[in-house]
Design a protein around this ligand. Structure first.
Ligand SMILES: [Zn+2]
Length: 96
């Protein structure tokens, strides 16, 4: 995720702290094998607000020298992967 310095302000849903989004605000934590959960971390209470998921396939497409086609492919697969993960996690949260 690209964040322009000082361009965006967000509110922590946990403690209500208002803070500016910076490159360091976005952190990742491993979710499952080959899958990282990216989110915004509150500088006050360290609450992690989920933003998006990235897998190894997306990481590979994200390389610096990606072609235009790879970039387009990335966007396409990124969206698809978010839906996949939401479905998967929803199933875990609501068995049956
Ligand atoms: Zn907070």
């Amino acid at each position: 995720m690209q964040v322009k310095k000082g361009s965006q302000v967000t509110v922590c849903q946990e403690c209500g702290q208002v803070f500016r989004l910076e490159v360091g605000s976005i952190q990742s934590q491993p979710l499952a094998e080959g899958i990282d959960d990216y989110g915004i971390v509150c500088p006050k209470c360290r609450h992690f607000a989920h933003s998006f998921y990235i897998n190894n396939r997306l990481k590979a497409l994200q390389k610096q020298d990606a072609t235009r086609q790879e970039r387009r492919q990335y966007k396409h697969e990124f969206v698809k992967f978010q839906h996949q993960m939401e479905k998967r996690l929803h199933r875990y949260a609501n068995p049956g």
